[in-house]
Design a binder for this molecule. Structure first.
Ligand code: FES
Length: 193
């Protein structure tokens, strides 16, 4: 179809009436040359289309791989940011009986006291920050169903990071102080005084 159009165009130019001069008709060799050039142009355009699709495919594969890598790196990073770090007193050691887990609502913390000492960790779900609830096995988040064991390790998503534990010490005033900017090892208990 492309061929017949090109032939017609050549002919109509040659037959146009003008100043009396008549353009010579293209020779069959010239027409063949034009057609060859056109075929080469078609091939090169289809080859550059193939190149483009191949490159687009490589970019898509690389993006997927980068996404998967980023997802695996983020596994231990909370989705929820619990505000800037704070230091504050929690109470006296005698306020917490051995063998108890106390929820400090205003600070959204649990204070665990057992035979090994004291431990303090967040009561905010690391998924989107809802307050977790105590269960027989550990903790449960009522918002999207995340579960943690008794030390705050994730046992069921969508949360991916454990409940953070914080540094604590006994101040000279006799109060237990907490620093939420100092992350402690999960399950680490401190003997105070
Ligand atoms: S906020 Fe806890 S599971 Fe979503």
């Amino acid at each position: 179809m492309g061929k017949s159009k090109k032939r017609k165009k050549k002919k109509s130019i040659a037959e146009q009436p003008g100043d009396g001069s008549v353009e010579p008709e293209s020779s069959p060799e010239q027409i063949e040359e034009v057609e060859e050039k056109s075929a080469t142009a078609d091939e090169s355009s289809s080859s550059s289309r193939r190149d483009f699709l191949a490159k687009a495919g490589i970019v898509a594969v690389c993006s997927c791989a980068a996404g998967a890598l980023a997802g695996s790196v983020r596994l231990a990073v909370p989705d929820f940011f619990d505000g800037p770090p704070e230091r504050f007193p929690l109470g006296r050691p005698s306020d917490f009986k051995t063998g108890t887990l106390t929820w400090v609502r205003e600070k959204q913390l649990f204070v665990l006291r057992d035979e090994d000492g004291f431990g303090v960790f967040s009561s905010r779900c690391t998924h989107l920050g809802c307050t977790v609830r105590r269960t027989a096995e550990g903790f449960f988040c009522p918002c999207h169903g995340a579960r943690y064991d008794a030390r705050g390790q994730v046992t069921h998503g969508p949360a991916r990071a454990p409940l953070p534990w914080y540094g604590l010490w006994l101040e000279q005033d006799g109060y237990i102080w907490v620093d939420t900017g100092e992350e402690a090892e999960m399950g680490s208990m401190r003997t105070l005084g």
